[in-house]
Design a protein around this ligand. Structure first.
Ligand SMILES: *Cc1c(COP(=O)(O)O)cnc(C)c1O
Length: 373
């Protein structure tokens, strides 16, 4: 198999989804699988659906288009407020989108009318993360405007935590959000289909003691993919944290003298000079670098230390004899490392752990290709 590569265990992604679906189901909360960290990879999205996710969501229209291109027909929601310039594409490939700007909603409505469809609108509410979101005091007014527009239908409200400011939601904030859902229904009439409480950072709140009120949806990416709760970084009980493995190849081994004198007396270079950590006498260089992933988000194999990285090289100190040139080294990845590695053109994605869907023998001659890879 080629290097560098990401090995993806689809069975673990399916199982992680199942675990969350089972825990949230009794609380009346469905799981929307978020595919943005894997760039809308269709097989990974399918594993989420097979695990019981009720729908998919992504932040980028290009990722949604990848899912549609392989024939996925289920509901896909755009969870970043659409670009005004992409209104037509959004309406064509997404059932609904999260929105904060009335100008964009009007453009979506016009695009939907041109397309002969109705586009679903979920209003994103600002509850403390200070990223995208309508201020609670403006929500009623915008909801009423959406109600009066043809081409769009108000599907619900959503909120988001721990993205920009890194703070998990409190029970108080969630209660205030649920009150908003009641208030909007009081003013606008129809039952809000979606009350989406947030992302993986909501799991601690949702699995806690208190009632989860009106919330009936969570948009989950990191928890499904990496099995961790993003704010603490802790493994979620019963979840796999090794569905993804990054594999890189050793291209040089051997010790280097601790300080090679720098010929140029350049203070900038002096400051940036990497010092071999004491005790690490052997080292290896792998063919992967900053251009491929977030190096600081790689878990070093036991006994190894990160010495440094450049755009294309990763230098690791090994206390024992390093692996030979040509051998492979395996890493677990943080969310940032995963996200960047999945988008890196030089990293191959190898799927495993899942019996690929094969057409049954009876359909010979009329084989339908599930081009999920
Ligand atoms: C990324 C994102 C999510 C998913 O976040 P995770 O922490 O990966 O679960 C959910 N909602 C919105 C709006 C997002 O941008």
């Amino acid at each position: 198999m080629s290097c560098p590569r990401i090995e993806v265990d689809l069975a673990k992604i399916r199982r992680n989804t199942q675990t969350l679906v089972k825990r949230l189901g009794p609380r009346g909360i469905g799981v929307t699988g978020v595919t943005k960290a894997v760039c809308g990879h269709p097989a990974i999205a399918q594993a989420m659906l097979d695990g019981g996710a009720v729908g998919l969501a992504d932040a980028r229209i290009s990722n949604v288009q990848k899912l549609r291109a392989v024939g996925m027909t289920g509901p896909i929601t755009l969870i970043r407020t659409p670009m005004l310039s992409q209104a037509d594409q959004v309406v064509l490939s997404c059932e609904a989108s999260y929105n904060t700007e009335i100008l964009v909603i009007s453009a979506l409505a016009a695009a939907a009318i041109r397309n002969g469809s109705v586009h679903g609108i979920v209003l994103m509410v600002e509850m403390g993360d200070q990223r995208d979101g309508i201020l609670p005091e403006n929500l009623k007014d915008i909801a009423q405007q959406v109600m009066q527009m043809s081409g769009v239908a108000l599907k619900g409200i959503g909120t988001n935590f721990a993205c920009l400011n890194g703070l998990a939601p409190t029970a108080l904030q969630m209660a205030a959000f649920c009150d908003l859902a009641n208030e909007i229904e009081g003013v606008c009439g129809p039952f809000l289909k979606i009350v989406s409480g947030g992302n993986s950072a909501n799991l601690t709140w949702v699995l806690g003691e208190h009632a989860t009120g009106r919330v009936n949806d969570l948009r989950l990416g990191e928890a499904i993919l990496l099995g961790v709760e993003p704010v603490s970084g802790d493994r979620i009980d019963g979840m796999y944290t090794d569905a993804f493995t990054l594999v890189a190849e050793v291209i040089e081994t051997g010790a280097k003298p601790p300080s090679i004198p720098i010929a140029l007396i350049d203070p900038t270079r002096e400051r940036l000079r990497i010092v071999t950590p004491s005790g690490a006498c052997a080292r290896m260089i792998l063919a992967i670098g900053h251009q491929d992933t977030d190096i600081l988000g790689l878990s070093m194999p036991t006994g190894n230390t990160l010495i440094g990285a450049t755009s294309d090289h990763l230098v690791i100190g090994t206390p024992v004899t390093p692996p030979t040139v040509g051998s492979e080294v395996r890493f677990q990845m943080s969310y940032n490392a995963l996200m960047r590695a999945m988008a890196a053109p030089d990293i191959n994605v190898e799927l495993m752990g899942y019996p690929p869907k094969r057409p049954s023998r009876h359909t010979q001659g009329k084989v339908q290709h599930l081009a999920l890879v």
